[in-house]
Design a protein around this ligand. Structure first.
Ligand code: ATP
Ligand code: MG
Length: 1014
């Protein structure tokens, strides 16, 4: 066990890890154990029927056998990089990835398992189970390696299910090694404590190199050209060239080399070797692979055969015997000792021999894992080998430069460009809806892109990490020193972008001085980079080079630590924000929410923390609601209430949520009704009455309730709310009285005054809600009896600088009434944009109205149809009722009678009996249809009924329309004089409202009538 120095928090003196108190000042040294979550692969190995073994064999022989079993198992497991955790009876458990993660842990475990079987199965029957998954471990630096987790249990069960001599692996392991192993599926295992059978696979063999992909090469033409040029130079000059491709894991180094090899064709012979990330005595592994390939040595050749092949190959050299001697040592086939110098010489000669007839390309992959001796050998080749055309192509990750900063780099492989990633995703047939998110997460890294597509294809959630990436990134994290790792984890708590000050704040007192160096280290390793700070008062910020690195660092942090860091971060932001807290409330709320979430998951929920989180999210949610951002509001308020509901009821907040959900009236109603029930149970009569009224209002929107229901519930709530005097509640009450009730009753002046009072209470409640949003004063003004020019002036003065879509919509309508069509179209277009941002399609109504007033009924119909489709799709039946009738009227103007009639019927079917406007409009539309068809009696009857309904409202525009259409039906019936009278009344209404285009239209109609009328 290596000793780890621990600085004393008091005096800074270094102490051996075993000290509990500082040797110089006596201060306590004990640091809390750091738990980590990581991906590990577990190996369980046991002797099948060891009792039976004991019965049959002499005890001494058994003891010897068992000892050699333990020795071999430990030796093999450790050589492959595993940590043997315990011997329980005859069982051996080992973990790969603990304490340090390697990206190929699963493969190592499989190799080790097979090797143990190969070496021992002839002597004793062994069962082995291998499984991978997330485990929780102790502190790696303190060599605490205890791993717990579901994956451990499944590994043990796989072992129990394996037959003698067998290795069974679980599905998560197979996913990690799929490309390089041969397996056969066995019966899925029914395991205790698991409802689903667990797939299991018999491991047969571990194969050769990974072949990851079959997609065509994307981009990289420049890099290929560069490498080709190196090859040309080698061929032309006859000497040795060394070309190194450097790049991040997965960026495509091996792929680029593969493409180069394809293109070499008959110009040269290509051989490949790769360095391994682990093991002993494998300094020259890559070179040995090259030698084997060049001489045709096979795995099942005997030492004798190896030697023969080497001799044959080297025979063409004058000093062939000596070369063959040395090289066979390298392959482990010769017994003699040798030096690095001699080996170097021998290999140069060997390569020269290989390149004598044809130029040679040697690809050495992953040289960042090479031992120094191999690196030196490679580096010296260009000078030392001048008489043979050999191009050595080395592939390496950037960490090579940590060890050897002067290593010559030929090509630095950068991430793929955005358009190239698009092409790659196209080739990979990634689901179209996910491409943007995958491209974002992959950030130019083709391996990440492939893994993410594979993950999504297999039904994985993009929010969680694909297992393969988990291993890769986990390995990179485990290479970091403790301070860098801590800093990275603290940054990950804040998010993809994090601030220097935040890392300092979240670090333990004694680690704070080390933060700058830690962040430098992370920058050097290209895990993070500097970026613009965006938190008040912070100067320096970093961004994770890869969001996946952030996610991996976060996922590796124990939940307990996550909880406390999130809370500390929230506290810190709060403190720093000072009087600008409102800006950061969402962030603070989020972090408190996360802290609470992890506490709850650990069974240690703290109501006070939940309350704080809820309060922040509520404040942020209300602000979103007030600025008309209903989707954000719904999200924030829902989260706030989820946190606070277990501890109490906040009726007004529940009603705010229901308001935020108003485009989904069924859900909005459910929220309000539930609040009403809970308020009643808590004997909050006022809250219950108001919530019930709000629920009824949403119920009206989806035809669950009638207008009478609503008016009754509002009347019941009103005295209670008024007596109570709560401004927020009063504002809601007047919202119900105005836009909800008076609106449908057609009492537009009442609506206007309710809106005014509602606004007053809104202001007094300290809410910043703009009146237009909630009280729709703009609508009351446009539809109500005030003249268009006056209404427009009022609207503009009240709603100056607003971005409220209803204001734009009604402005468009009023402007069109005043024949200011250019401005009207502009306002209508703006309203559509603003509504769409809010997920609503009312903007088409504005366009329809302007088109209709301009006389373009085709366009008007098109837009009205869109409005109706949207209302239909979102079950806003009350609105659909009146708008279907309006569409019907427009269709009549085009003579599209069948469709008009269908609309009128739909309106009639959906229209509430008390909805005067709807009742009037569908009759008006039907009257026109009947009149066109020649049923003048029915037409007149309906037209007069329509007028009756609309005259009970105070809307001059609706009355003008009803009078005009009555006039048309009378005219069609040949009763010109009565028609003229009705036209005259219509003209009067339109002139009073100042609907100029329609007033003019009617004047023209009257002119054509004049001679007839006389
Ligand atoms: N330009 C490219 N076009 C298409 N696919 C690519 C491209 N570059 C890489 N890939 C694919 O991305 C995956 C990762 O590439 P590759 O294995 O070459 O990365 P690497 O840089 O060698 O990584 P490591 O450092 O882990 O060895 C492979 O499946 C490869 O086929
Ligand atoms: Mg590679």
């Amino acid at each position: 066990m290596e000793s780890v120095e621990h600085p004393c928090p008091e005096c800074g003196a270094d102490n051996p890890e075993t000290n509990r108190y500082c040797g110089s000042c006596g201060a306590a040294l004990a640091a809390p154990a750091i738990e980590r979550r990581k991906l590990a692969t577990l190996v369980f190995c046991d002797v099948a029927g060891s009792t039976a073994l004991g019965d049959r064999t002499d005890p001494e022989a058994v003891r010897e056998l068992m000892l050699s079993y333990f020795t071999v198992a430990r030796e093999v497991l450790e050589r492959h990089g595993g940590t043997v955790e315990k011997f329980v009876g005859d069982a051996v458990m080992a973990a790969f990835g603990v304490p340090v993660v390697h990206e190929d842990d699963a493969l190592r475990a499989c190799r080790a398992a097979l090797e143990i079987q190969a070496r021992l199965s002839a002597r004793m029957p062994l069962r082995i189970g291998v499984n991978s998954g997330e485990v929780v471990t102790g502190d790696a630096t303190r060599r605490e390696t205890f791993a717990t987790g579901d994956a451990v249990n499944v590994a043990a069960r796989l072992e129990q299910a394996a037959g003698p001599g067998e290795v069974l692996i679980g599905e998560p392991t197979l996913a990690l090694v799929r490309d390089v192993v041969h397996v056969e599926a066995v019966e899925p295992l029914r395991l205790k404590g698991k409802s689903e059978p667990q797939p299991a696979f018999r491991l047969l063999a571990v194969g050769g190199a990974t072949t990851r992909s079959a997609t065509p090469l994307i981009g990289r033409l420049g890099e290929l050209t560069l490498l080709e040029r190196e090859l040309q130079a080698v061929i032309a000059d006859g000497g040795c060239g060394l070309a190194t491709v450097l790049g991040e894991p997965g960026v495509g180094k091996s792929r680029l080399a593969a493409e180069l090899i394809e293109r070499v064709g008959p110009r040269a012979r290509v051989v490949q070797g790769r360095c391994l990330s682990y093991g002993e005595g494998i300094t020259y592994w890559a070179v040995a692979e090259v030698v084997r390939e060049l001489t045709g040595i096979r795995d099942d050749d005997s030492a004798e055969q190896v030697r023969t092949r080497l001799n044959t190959f080297c025979a063409r050299l004058s000093d062939g015997d000596a070369v063959a001697d040395q090289v066979s040592t390298l392959l482990g086939a010769g017994g003699g000792a040798t030096t690095a110098e001699e080996l170097s010489w021998a290999l140069r000669r060997f390569l020269a021999a290989a390149a004598r007839d044809t130029p040679l390309v040697v690809v050495v992959d992953d040289i960042h894992w090479a031992e120094s001796a191999l690196l030196e050998l490679l580096a010296r080749l260009p000078q030392a080998l001048t008489d043979a055309p050999v191009l050595v192509v080395c592939l390496s990750r950037p960490e090579l430069l940590d060890r050897d900063p002067g290593w010559p780099v030929t090509v630095r492989l950068e991430p793929l460009a955005a358009t190239e990633v698009d092409s790659l995703l196209e080739c990979l047939d990634a689901p179209a809806s996910m491409r943007v998110r995958i491209a974002q997460a992959a950030d130019g890294n083709p391996l990440f892109a492939e893994e993410l597509v594979g993950w999504v294809d297999a039904g994985g959630d993009l929010a969680e990490m694909p297992t393969g990436l988990h291993a890769l990134l986990g390995a990179r994290l485990d290479q970091l020193n403790q301070t860098a790792r801590d800093a990275l984890e603290r940054g990950a708590i804040e998010g993809e972008i994090f601030h220097f000050d935040a890392v300092v704040e979240l670090s333990d007192e004694r680690a704070r001085p080390l933060v700058p160096a830690a962040l430098d280290e992370l920058t050097r390793r290209e895990m993070v980079g500097l970026t613009a700070a965006d938190l008040a008062g912070s100067m320096v910020a970093y961004r994770f080079k890869h969001i996946l690195v952030r996610d991996a660092a976060y996922a590796a942090t124990a939940k307990r630590l996550r909880a406390s860091l999130h809370e500390r971060f929230a506290d810190w932001v709060e403190r720093r924000a000072g009087d600008r807290l409102a800006e950061f409330e969402e962030i603070v709320g989020y972090h408190l929410e996360q802290a609470h979430r992890y506490q709850s998951e650990l069974g240690a929920a703290d109501p006070e923390l939940a309350g704080r989180a809820a309060a922040r999210l509520a404040a942020a949610g209300r602000r979103a609601l007030w600025r008309g951002d209903e989707r954000a509001a719904a999200n924030l308020l829902e989260r706030s209430l989820t946190l606070s509901r277990p501890f109490g009821l906040d009726v007004m907040l529940e009603l705010d949520l229901s308001q935020a959900l108003s485009t989904d009236p069924a859900r909005a109603m459910a929220v309000a009704e539930a609040a009403a029930i809970r308020a009643a149970a808590a004997t909050d009569e006022t809250g219950a009455a108001l919530a019930h009224a709000v629920a009824t209002q949403h119920g009206l929107q989806c035809s669950v309730n009638s207008l009478d229901d609503l008016e009754t519930s509002v009347r019941a709530a009103r005295p209670l709310v008024e007596a109570n005097g709560d401004d927020a509640a009063l504002a809601t009450l007047f919202w119900l009285i105005g836009p909800a009730v008076a609106n449908i009753r057609g009492r537009y002046e009442e609506w206007t005054s309710a809106a005014e009072r509602g606004l007053e209470h809104t202001q007094r409640a300290g809410h910043q809600q703009r009146g237009g949003d909630r009280f729709r004063i703009a609508t009351a003004l446009a539809v109500g009896p005030r003249p268009a020019d006056e209404a427009l002036r009022t609207l503009d003065s009240w709603l100056a600088n607003t971005h409220e879509p209803w204001a734009y919509l009604r402005r468009a309508e009023l402007l069109a009434m005043l024949e200011r069509f250019d401005e009207a179209w502009l306002a209508a277009g703006q309203s559509r944009e603003l509504f769409r941002e809010r997920g609503a399609e009312w903007g088409d109504y504005a366009l329809a109205v302007v088109a209709a007033l301009e006389g373009d009924h085709d366009t008007a119909c098109r837009h009205w149809q869109l409005v109706c489709d949207w209302l239909e799709a979102t079950s806003q039946n009350a609105f659909l009722a009146s708008h279907a009738a309006l569409l019907g009227l427009e269709l009549c103007r085009l003579g599209r009678l069948e469709e008009a009639e269908a609309c009128a019927r739909r309106s009639r079917a959906l229209g509430d009996a008390d909805d005067l406007v709807t009742q009037g409009l569908w009759r008006e539309a039907t009257a026109l249809v009947e009149s066109h068809r020649g049923d003048h009696v029915e037409a007149e009857r309906l037209a007069r009924e329509a007028l009756g309904y609309l005259q009970r409202t105070d809307s001059l525009a609706f009355q003008g329309g009803a009078l005009r259409d009555l006039a048309e039906t009378l005219l069609a019936a040949g009763r010109a004089e009565e028609a003229a009278a009705a036209f005259g009344q219509a003209l009067d209404a339109y002139e009073r409202k100042r609907v100029l285009p329609l007033a003019r239209h009617i004047r023209e109609r009257l002119m054509t009538l004049e001679p007839v009328g006389r």
